[in-house]
Design a protein around this ligand. Structure first.
Ligand code: PMP
Length: 386
């Protein structure tokens, strides 16, 4: 065995010993929430396609039309020849939905955070970030070279303390958080963070990957409060409620213009496939035409939490904390035997000792299945957690 293979094998063995080894399982999603895995069909509660738009006929028709007209690949970076005309329509719709002056579309949400953050902050600057922020916010922060300080989850007073201590010694400051936390489904206190950022001359950026389309009448988590939050940097993804792929930043025109010169993941990465962009446009049109659509996933989540006896959900994401990784895997296997796909989330995605089932809800989940799943979780998962 080469030293390289010996290294990889030892790492894999160590991960397996802690029930932390991961695997990629083929999962065919023929339509919405029904999936096929290993020759079996399941009703899936583990997909972020919150509005089932990835299979909506109008979305598919738009993608097919773009495929025939522009082909599958964009052929180059947007700065070279990959900036096909559909980008303009998509960015205009995103800016309108988010109430921003302009928008810039990236290759994915991950590429957005790892492009935008280093374009705005570098050595000599300060980043203050929520401890539960998504991995790609952390990656962008570390890549930027700025001084990074982490505040306790949703603890505005702690963020204030860090800014008070460190702000003066740095040129610019970014305050970073998820709008909706991906593994817990709770919301960041965006209005309070907006005020805090202003008070310290920091720039607030919220990752609304799980908020767009499903909160604030579809406009996202900045609009989910009694007062709209002051978030000058609104980023998110087109891969969840929008049902397609890609990421975006909505911001002022100068900030968006700066990205075209400075965000490395935009400059040096190929543009999105035209059918994907066309699909995102069609999905945004469906969301804008029916603000009531956004309420459906959270209503299903509420049906589930009330029946299990969990607190009301703040988003369509519901965590059921189990504890140890092996116990979460066992709970997931039990639900699979009953026909439900509910994936276990383990460290390092979540902190040690907080392995969980993470459930997501969509309008296509039949009420009777939501209720049956709730009964199984209440009787055989929650009841067993010490
Ligand atoms: N931010 C958050 C909060 C996410 O949950 C995700 C996806 N897991 C991303 C960013 C990355 O988005 P994408 O999948 O489009 O790369």
């Amino acid at each position: 065995m080469t030293s390289l293979d010996a290294f990889a094998t030892a790492k894999l063995d160590a991960l397996a010993a802690q029930s932390l080894r991961r695997d990629l399982v083929h999962t065919a999603r023929a339509a919405g929430t029904v999936v096929e895995r290993g020759g079996r069909r399941y009703l899936s509660f583990s997909c972020n396609d919150y509005l089932n738009l990835s299979h909506h006929p109008a979305v598919l028709a738009a993608a097919r039309e773009a495929l025939d007209r522009y082909g599958i690949g964009s052929g180059a970076s947007r700065l070279v020849t990959g900036n096909h005309p559909l980008y303009g329509a998509l960015e205009e719709r995103l800016a309108r939905l988010k109430g921003a002056e302009a928008a810039c579309v990236f290759g994915s949400g991950y590429l957005t955070n790892t492009g935008v953050i280093p374009a705005l902050a570098g050595r000599g600057d300060l980043i203050v970030v929520d401890e539960w922020a998504h991995a790609c916010i952390m990656a962008g922060s570390r890549m930027s070279g700025a001084a990074v300080h982490v505040f306790r989850h949703n603890d505005v007073a702690h963020a204030d303390e860090l800014l008070t201590t460190h702000r003066a010694a740095h040129r610019h400051a970014l305050l970073l958080t998820d709008g909706v936390f991906s593994m817990d489904g709770d919301l960041a206190p965006l209005p309070a963070l907006g005020r805090l950022a202003r008070a310290h001359d920091a720039w607030l950026m919220a990752d609304d990957a799980h908020g767009i389309g499903v909160l604030g009448g579809g406009r996202g988590s900045s609009y989910a409060f009694d007062e709209p939050a002051d978030v000058p940097l609104q980023m998110g993804t087109l891969s969840k409620a929008i049902g397609a792929y890609g990421g975006y930043l909505c911001a002022s025109r100068p900030v968006v213009e700066l990205m075209k010169s400075r965000a490395r993941t935009l400059v040096y990465s190929t543009g999105l496939p035209p059918p994907v962009v066309a699909a995102a446009i069609a999905a945004l049109d469906l969301i804008a035409a029916d603000p009531g659509l956004a309420e459906a996933p959270i209503a299903k989540a509420r049906l589930f939490t009330r029946r299990v006896g969990l607190p009301d959900p703040q988003s369509p994401i519901v965590p059921v904390l189990v504890g140890e990784a092996e116990a979460a895997l066992a709970a997931s296997r039990m639900l699979a035997e009953e026909g439900y796909l509910v994936v276990a989330i383990r460290p390092p995605t979540v902190p040690a000792g907080t392995a969980r089932l993470r459930l997501t809800f969509t309008p296509a989940h039949p009420d009777q299945d939501v209720e049956r799943l709730a009964d199984l979780v209440r009787e055989r998962v929650v009841g067993n957690v010490s």
